[in-house]
Design a protein around this ligand. Structure first.
Ligand code: GDG
Length: 462
């Protein structure tokens, strides 16, 4: 079997407490690589002055070799905080209004991708298989090809691919789109994303579509398919079952004192629809005064990308909003929203999912959304909670038996909360079983094997 080289912006090396960073990419890939072994290269998270970039830091943990590179302060500002997180992220999440274009940032993005290619080159063996991840590294294959790399290279986009009218509004869309054609296998979360991508190629007159999945451009061919990412389903079930006996679990139950727990878990990000969700919860409470004091929303929201101004502003907005609702509706012995702004350990999270009667997973746009899947896996089969899920999350394409909502429709979401909290046991069980079947049929190992199977078999069509 060929050696696997994974490249992603950040490499999730567990710290001494064993806490992996919050992020679907990290959680999914680590378990996949552990099983196969290979090399994982990415940014160390450290920045330094231009003349201080040292050699790669090499580490080994279990079956995985990690290669970490520092970036310069300018790189981080232009490539990471700049083009990746202030142009590509908002554009792919349909937020044209938040995209901040700057030539300096665009140039920085391509420069850092060239730099990643230069760090990889000395490590490459003839038969190595490359799997590049996510929007930070779109031009990496094109840079490697320019250096003569002929190996098979795959790419997986964890976030949505937007509709052509949105994508083509981005100034460098041509370079971004054509650099994707240097890959052999392109993976998207959903069929919808793949079709948006194909529509962008067609609009730009870039290449020919040979069939549903195959495309040709010049002398090269490539495939583009949906590979919906999964979770470690069985492991998560066990994690949640075990959590039932822990002290945290007991403390939480005591503090609820018979109230129904509603849970929300999201990185603090404008794509996750947190403010609309809190509005919907407030509307639900106002319209259903009988439910007041009978439920509590636990919103767990670890901070992310705080150095990007939109995220910092959002941090303040959500805290103020939760405070306002609590101030207006809370009583001396009831707090409607418990808002936590930091990361919990994974077993604790699994236990809280299991305790909850309802999860609110209401992103305005999301590639997949692993929280939705984890919540389902954590449920108690005998008395499962309800998943309320945005239609605009990739997960909605698989979890069709969730209660699907339009997160922009605050009143509709409020009504769906009311319906979910009174859903009969039999219906909850039926919905849960069907969603659980989907999670068992496509877990993170299947996702990884399917992608890598397609990549290792891929032959250029003559
Ligand atoms: C991107 C795409 C796609 C969250 N809070 C805590 C914590 N988490 C974990 C969750 C989950 C992960 O982080 C979040 O994954 P999501 O999929 O929900 O979202 P993104 O981070 O935006 O991920 C997304 C994903 O990539 C994978 O392709 O699904 O659409 O945007 O696993 O459990 N984990 C711990 N404590 C927390 O407080 N331990």
């Amino acid at each position: 079997m060929s050696r696997l080289i994974v490249v992603s912006n950040r490499v999730p090396i567990p710290d001494k407490t064993g806490t992996a960073p919050a992020g679907g990419l990290a959680v999914a890939l680590q378990s996949a690589l552990e099983a196969r072994g290979g090399l994982w290269l990415g940014w160390s998270g450290q920045s330094c002055a231009e003349d201080r970039i040292g050699p790669l830091q090499m580490l080994r943990d279990g079956n995985i070799d990690y290669a970490l590179t520092d970036l310069t302060e300018r790189d981080v500002e232009e490539y990471y905080q700049g083009f990746a997180n202030r142009v590509l992220w908002p554009i792919c999440h349909y937020r044209l209004d938040l995209a901040e274009y700057g030539r300096r940032e665009m140039a920085g993005y391509f420069r850092v991708n060239r730099f990643f290619a230069s760090r990889l080159l000395p490590l490459i063996g003839e038969n190595d298989l490359f799997w590049i991840h996510d929007y930070h590294l779109i031009p990496l294959a094109a840079e490697l090809r320019r250096q003569g790399v002929k190996n098979r290279i795959g790419f997986f986009l964890h976030i949505p691919w937007p509709a052509p009218d949105v994508f083509l509004a981005m100034p460098v869309h041509e370079e971004i789109l054509s650099s994707l054609t240097a890959y052999d296998v392109l993976g998207f979360q959903t069929e919808h994303d793949r079709e948006n991508f194909a529509a962008c190629l067609a609009r730009q007159g870039l290449g020919n579509r040979l069939d549903k999945a195959h495309f040709a451009l010049g002398s090269r061919t490539f495939t583009a398919r949906p590979y919906p990412i999964g979770i470690e389903t069985n492991e998560f079930v066990t994690l949640a079952q075990r959590a039932a006996g822990t002290t945290l679990h007991k403390r939480m139950l005591d503090s609820l004192d018979g109230k129904g727990l509603i849970i929300g878990v999201d990185r603090l990000d404008y794509s996750k629809g947190i403010t609309q969700r809190i509005d919907a919860f407030e509307t639900f409470l106002k319209r259903n005064p009988d439910s007041q004091r009978k439920v509590a929303l636990l919103q767990i929201t670890p901070k992310s990308r705080s150095e990007v101004p939109e995220y910092e502003a959002m941090q303040r907005a959500v805290a103020e909003q939760a405070g306002r609702v609590n101030g207006a509706l809370g009583t001396v012995d009831w707090v409607p929203i418990r808002y936590i702004n930091r990361s919990l350990r994974r077993p604790a999270l699994a236990g809280l999912y299991r305790m909850a009667k309802l999860a609110l997973v209401t992103p305005l746009r999301d590639g997949m959304n692993l929280v939705a899947k984890e919540f389902v896996a954590a449920q108690n089969e005998a008395d499962p909670g309800v998943l309320l899920l945005s239609r605009f999350a990739g997960a909605a394409h698989e979890l069709k038996d969730a209660v699907l909502v339009n997160p922009y429709d605050v009143e509709g979401t409020a009504d769906a909360i009311a319906r979910s909290l009174t859903m009969p046991l039999e219906e909850r069980r039926d919905r849960w079983k069907s969603m659980m079947n989907a999670l068992r049929a496509n877990d993170v190992f299947t996702w990884c094997d399917t992608f890598l199977g397609d990549l290792s078999r891929y032959e250029q069509v003559e």
